[in-house]
Design a protein around this ligand. Sequence first.
Ligand SMILES: [Zn+2]
Length: 551
Amino acid sequence: MNRRSFLTAATASALAPALFAGRAAAEATFNYDALAALRAGLNESTSQVMSTASYMMDVLGPRLSGSPGIRKSGEWVVEKMKGYGLTGAALEPWPTDPTGTNNGFSRGWANSKFYLAAVSPNSFPISGMSVSWTPGTKGLVSGECILVTDTDEKTLKEKYAGKLRGKWILGQAPTVMRAQWDAVAKRYTNDQLDALEIPARPPENGTPAAPPGPPPFMPPAPGAFNRNTWFFQEGALGVFATNKGHGVVNVQGGSRTDLPDAQIPRIAIEAEHYGRIARSVQQGQPVVVEADIRNEWYDNPDMFNVVGEIRGSELPNEVVIIGGHFDSWHGATGATDNGGACSIALEAMRLLQSTKAPLKRTVRVCLWNGEEQGLIGSRLYVAKHFGGVRGVPVAGNVRGNVAPMTRDHSRFQAYFNLDNGAGSIRGIYSQGNTAIAPIFRDWISPVRDLGVTHVSSRSTGSTDHVSFHNAGLPGFQFIQDPLEYEPKTHHTNLDFFEALQPEDMRRNSVIMASFAMLAANHPGKLPRHQRPATDATIPPPAAAAAAPRTP
Ligand SMILES: [Zn+2]
């Protein structure tokens, strides 16, 4: 899931005419034998989803966009899909970027060595990871730590000019941490799911004005004072940052356009290690830290999405897509964000193929690249195949600033995305498309015993179904139990295989396969929302590339 989360009641969508044939007609098309056959995916001895997830996460590792790792993993998935008997299994290259910036990835990046330890007055290892697209050290280096919490240019220069050479900067106060009083992992209660499904009634005396939200993020103006750049100019060794606590550290990326040799190493470390060093310094005890960190850079890496499909028997040009994003952050192996969902989508395809599920329309799996940097892979794919996407300069296919609609835009059936951690599917967001809600209610009836009970009228964002929705195509995201996602695994050093819950994974693969089959065999096209007037929810790739990330 992309970081810019939001959840809003969609009220603005004008609805397409309700084209659905009604409950009785929809249910008459269900092939209950075929739906029951998909339940082979619930059986621990016949499901392959955890084995797929283990190889993807444990053997192949993290899949940072534009890194050699994601390419290696993509090639493995293509072979796996061919083994399932899917057609068209391939790494589909992103369209050529006519602006010459490789769609925002002029550089790929990977960490190949990470050694960080305190050596004086006590020796202890420090857990952490480089922020991606920042440099490592120049071999083995050693220096004292200094706590610098000031942020404004004048104070910094008065207090620290000429005093930072050869030092590690602790750029923030130590985290104030409290015990974890509440359970870290949670499932949705029925009341919480009801609240997602039933819009709150307005109060009797009108709706009070909403409090103002946070100001929109603005990247620093070119030439504005940048603290990390000044630390670099002063000759500091690197900057340590921290967050979260309880052994959890969020590790994301820096600017993909800054030159490797013109920026300071930035390293996210665990709050407990950071705190020990910072408090020792506050006690007047100098702490010396040594490091040997190697980060590699790759010019203009090949960018691609991973695709494969089962051709439809009657309407092969009409397509249902299931998927999630293939790219991950690099501090762990990206299990809950979003390799688990990729394993589920692959298992759903395997179940459809191995049970010879009858499919009138084509079912395709797409695993997206560049989601974490602004849904880039899915936007480019929608622009190329269907059109209707704003602000994507697809080569030879630009009319104004919007990719023109293709014939496949009208033929498209639906996209189903999974990217809210590792939790069991409990329902689906209808993205304000009220005409589709009764159809989804029919579709959840065969999987209701697996815990799928609710159809929310709300919109959810920050992941790849938004690329379809913004182009006027039906794109949906499932409601999932949150489990440990926000406190523990989302973009952190703990997003490993262990966070995947096998029962939830097996259920999700059956549910995803069921939805794909029902959409593929639905009598007629699914009702559509009107294409929204603006893409308010995601920044264009250029802004995403320039935006500095925490830490
Ligand atoms: Zn994410």
